[in-house]
Design a protein. Sequence first.
Length: 137
Amino acid sequence: MMDSGMFEELSRFYDPVKSGLETRFGIRKAIGVPEFDGYFKEYPPEKKMIKWDALRKAAYDKAVDDIKRNTWTLAKRQVKKIEMLKDAGWEIERVDATASFKAVMMKSSSEKKWRENWEEQVLEPSVKIVKRHLVQN
């Protein structure tokens, strides 16, 4: 995520007025925003980056480690919820969007390529799943 521009994107959302506030909704709950809050409070986003010193690098690394830990925790929680639904009798179906996301991330990939992947591997299977469930119920 960091290699894909997450840091730059997060720096545009930093708001010193809301820094440190715990909210349970909106952009303040998005992955990376709460984790980088302390970093940006200490090192406010700048138009041009100054040289990284050891303290700044340590603060950055801590925020990245927090993102990794929190993302892992979120994924683990989501898997538990899916397993609970499955155990309760829900039919769980998987739709894989990996190829589409890979195509988007490849700078040389055309918009047509990722859209084709999305429609073929995500949209069409999802529509079929929904239609099948609507017919069953």
